[in-house]
Design a protein around this ligand. Structure first.
Ligand code: SF4
Length: 207
């Protein structure tokens, strides 16, 4: 059976999984701190028991996306990453360095169905939605390249985020949760070509 991306579970879902695995509740807090502070392997999580780390490694993968190349602007340090997902699909993310902090632009789908005339994405065709963990992996990857964390996220890369509504919401919840990445949604921008029913749904969430 394919392993699940651990950052594709909601914060609550991961907490429940830890309890169902027979661990005390405080383990979830320890695990979440590792998962959202950039741990690259379960072996690094040295305050977790070894048998629990083995169980985690059997069931989950940490990073659902890996960098395969990058282009860096000599002018302003902007970095464009080519990223490979676990099934071989590729997407892009861009790290922009501003005086007020580092912002990453992430992709939410492999390809896109929308067909905006000005956009270079549609000719590649739509392949699939990205998981919440694949979106988060782009944030983690850019954070590592920036020397720690990013200060802002824009959902403006490949794909229409509201056409991947449920996964985008789980990602936003994990991004903003104090037990997740802990980034205020004031520092997050979601760009849409205008899926009105999904805009209404998003507005009802009253973030
Ligand atoms: S929604 Fe975004 S990615 Fe999709 S075609 Fe339009 S501009 Fe391009």
């Amino acid at each position: 059976m394919a392993k699940q991306g651990i950052r594709s579970l909601s914060v609550d879902g991961l907490r429940q999984w830890v309890i169902s695995a027979g661990q005390p509740a405080y383990r979830a807090k320890q695990l979440l701190a590792w998962v959202y502070n950039g741990a690259a392997s379960f072996d690094e999580m040295t305050n977790l028991p070894a048998d629990f780390r083995s169980r985690l490694a059997e069931e989950f993968i940490l990073d659902e996306a890996v960098e395969i190349s990058r282009l860096e602007s000599a002018k302003d340090g902007t970095v464009k990453f080519l990223i490979e997902l676990t099934d071989g699909q590729c997407v892009e993310a861009v790290l922009m360095r501003y005086k007020h902090g580092n912002t990453v632009c992430i992709s939410t789908q492999a390809g896109c169905k929308m067909g905006c005339a000005f956009c270079a994405s549609p000719p590649a065709g739509y392949a699939r939605n990205l998981t919440p963990g694949e979106m988060m992996s782009q944030v983690m990857l850019a954070g590592r390249a920036a020397g720690g964390r990013v200060d802002g996220v824009v959902l403006m890369g490949i794909g229409e985020p509201l056409d991947n509504y449920e996964n985008t919401i789980t990602f936003l919840d994990n991004l903003s949760s104090p037990e997740g990445y802990g980034l205020s949604l004031r520092h997050v921008s979601l760009s849409t070509c205008g899926l009105v029913d999904k805009i209404d749904l998003l507005a009802q969430r009253r973030y």
